[in-house]
Write a protein that binds this ligand. Structure first.
Ligand SMILES: Nc1ncnc2c1ncn2[C@@H]1O[C@H](COP(=O)(O)OP(=O)(O)OP(=O)(O)O)[C@@H](O)[C@H]1O
Ligand SMILES: [Mg+2]
Length: 255
């Protein structure tokens, strides 16, 4: 079976720093795979390369059978990869609904010019976008807050809104960078249930997360990065007991 996502020897340098070194990674359709590692290990950089923000210095990225290395972020998004960011990226002054509508944008057929000139088909498309937006707001539990300004949402709700916006693009693969960061236990529990619903919809999930309990309870596989190198890959139980992983985390706490 061919992988949905495959990174082959992916390497990225920032000046003299090797942020990710010769990283091989595979993700099958329907899986939930976590990428973990100490601060600065290169996890967000991996997401930035997959989503086209940085071109890799070496190596290849394949998605759904296509070479997407060096493609622009917008084109990668239209192929079916959506993401959230480690720090919340929302249009804080817009409503919850408008934030999600923006996420639907890449599926639009008539485009900005069509919308401005009110071409036929625009109205029908707006209706589809509205329906899709309401559907994803339902999935993340924010349907009752659609008119609220994004800024007025609680922190955990803002993080869920980001996921809603990513879902609005109807992705095959969802990249989540520390989705549980800063959440209280109740918010984490809601997030976990939500991710299970998203997975049940057939969406593949790649997750970067520091909360080990969270990672271990949702992931099929966990890969571990340390100083840009993959040091372990396995089931949550295997990785948790791996001496190299334990040393990497202890080193990051004491050093
Ligand atoms: N645009 C950039 N320019 C220069 N260096 C960068 C850039 N982006 C990341 N780095 C460096 O690359 C390394 C990996 O950073 P990255 O953000 O991927 O780590 P991370 O594993 O996501 O860490 P954290 O858990 O703290 O989010 C770090 O040393 C970081 O300073
Ligand atoms: Mg990061």
């Amino acid at each position: 079976m061919s992988a949905l996502l495959e990174l082959k020897g992916m390497t990225i340098h920032f000046g003299g720093l090797i942020a990710v070194d010769n990283f091989d990674f595979q993700l099958e359709k329907g899986q939930v795979v976590a990428l973990i590692g100490p601060n600065g290990a290169g996890k967000s950089t991996v997401f930035n390369v997959i989503s086209g923000i940085y071109p890799p210095t070496a190596g290849k990225v394949f998605f759904n059978g296509e070479d997407i290395t060096n493609m622009k972020p917008y084109h990668i998004k239209t192929r079916g990869i959506a993401r959230t960011f480690q720090n919340i990226h929302l249009f804080k002054k817009l409503s919850v609904l408008d934030n999600v509508r923006i996420g639907c944008h890449c599926r639009g057929r008539t485009g900005v010019l069509g919308a401005l000139t009110r071409l036929p088909g625009v109205k029908a498309e707006e209706k589809v976008i509205l329906e899709k937006s309401l559907e994803v707001l339902e999935i993340v539990g924010l349907a009752n807050k659609q008119e609220e300004t994004a800024n007025n949402l609680a922190y955990g709700e803002q993080r869920r809104l980001e996921i809603a916006r990513a879902l609005a693009a109807e992705p095959l693969l969802l990249l989540l960078d520390e989705p549980a960061a800063g959440m209280n236990p109740n918010e984490k529990k809601n997030l976990m249930e939500m991710l299970k619903r998203i997975r049940a919809m057939g969406i593949t999930i790649m997750l970067v997360e520091h909360d080990m309990k969270f990672v271990m309870s949702i992931s099929d596989r966990v890969d571990v990065l340390n100083y840009g190198q993959k040091i372990a890959s396995g089931t949550p139980a295997e990785v948790q007991n791996d001496p190299l992983v334990i040393t990497a985390y202890l080193g990051s706490q004491t050093g």
